[in-house]
Ligand binder design. Structure first.
Ligand SMILES: [Zn+2]
Ligand SMILES: [Zn+2]
Length: 362
């Protein structure tokens, strides 16, 4: 295992920059905010921000050498995108089934929506009415190795471009069905067009059983569905909604939406914006930004850092008991049956509390 340890000076330059205008902009942060952001400059075992560790050559950094993006190069990038008063909503479009239990499915997608709204604090995140696979008119196939259904990403992006509302900052399609970008590829986790502000991502491979031989999404070997006959998607297997699936989905969504702002893969510190080549590496990433990426998002949206952390903590801690949620009887009943599974967010909860201790001098 290799630790990527940048010097305090390097990190300081990546966070603040040596240019006067950006130093001046940095000074606008409150004393407490600067204290938090600078916590990462001198990493130690008990610090909030840790160095990146590379575990094998198949990890993202050795496999995909990229130019690191510091705050200054992000800020000066002419292609980066910030929300504006007329384009300030992130839209989520679900494609295909998210599970058999209707209410639980709706609830799961709404948890994701609420999480994104806390994460991109200050923007509004809305769900578009769900669509079936058939409604997208997409091409699909059965993967010849894993024998599961897959949808062609380009077709979904084309569909999303027609659905994108005029006030959208971006539109993100999510599906529980596996994806492929072209015939010669085995699969892809997702695909995005930053210039068009849209992306599509699949959570299919976040199922703990995906790579096992008895994965329930494998079709019978002889089954070769005809193109255009979407009935094969009726009742097709979707992963069970667990705390781990929710955690992985939240991470993927926010990482990918982060790219929509022009934030590139992080090579500075352990961060949700680190590139990831495989599930083990995605699982290793923390749920939130390092200080450098946090400053990139902060300057794009202009939020109060403590407000954002509070919203995220609230999302994890929110009391799922029916009385606190709604007066509506059916909502009460369902909240009792499906409380938000946040066990996997425990470390993040403690981390957020420590950040708030610094920001609010508690
Ligand atoms: Zn990425
Ligand atoms: Zn980062």
């Amino acid at each position: 295992m290799e630790v990527i340890q940048h010097s305090g000076e390097e990190l300081q330059k990546a966070l603040v920059s040596n240019c006067q205008d950006l130093v001046k902009l940095y000074r606008k942060h409150t004393k407490e905010e600067k204290c938090l952001l600078e916590e990462g400059l001198h990493p130690g075992p008990t610090h909030l921000f840790q160095p990146i560790t590379v575990h094998s050559d198949s990890d993202w950094i050795p496999a995909h050498p990229e130019e690191p993006q510091d705050f200054e190069s992000f800020y000066r990038d002419p292609y980066r995108k910030s929300p504006s008063a007329s384009h300030n909503t992130i839209y989520i479009q679900t494609i295909g089934s998210f599970g058999e239990a209707g209410f639980q499915t709706d609830q799961y997608v709404d948890w994701l929506r609420e999480y994104c709204q806390a994460f991109f604090y200050g923007l509004s995140v809305k769900l578009l009415p769900a669509v079936s696979v058939a409604e997208t008119g997409c091409t699909f196939r059965v993967n010849s190795n894993s024998h599961n259904l897959q949808i062609l990403t380009g077709d979904l992006l084309r569909f999303l471009s027609k659905r994108k509302p005029t006030d959208a900052f971006c539109i993100v399609g999510i599906t529980m069905i596996d994806l492929y970008p072209k015939d010669s590829w085995n699969f892809v986790f997702g695909q995005a067009s930053l210039s068009m502000g849209m992306g599509v991502f699949s959570f299919a491979r976040y199922d703990d059983n995906f790579y096992s031989r008895n994965y329930a999404g494998r079709l019978k070997k002889h089954l070769q569905p005809k193109q255009g006959n979407y009935s094969v998607f009726d009742g097709y297997y979707t992963p069970p909604i667990t705390s781990t699936l929710l955690l992985r989905s939240c991470k993927t969504m926010t990482h990918e939406i982060g790219h929509m702002f022009g934030i590139k893969h992080c090579q500075w510190m352990s961060c949700v914006m680190q590139g990831s080549n495989h599930l083990e590496e995605s699982d290793r990433r923390p749920l939130d930004f390092c200080p450098i990426c946090l400053r990139k998002l902060q300057v794009s949206i202009n939020f109060k850092i403590s407000g954002r952390y509070k919203a995220l903590l609230h999302w994890i801690e929110e009391d799922p008991s029916p009385a606190s949620r709604s007066e509506d009887a059916s909502a009460c009943h369902s909240a009792l049956l499906f409380p938000k599974p946040t066990e996997a967010f425990h470390t993040s909860k403690l981390w957020l509390r420590r950040c708030l201790d610094i920001l609010e001098k508690r």
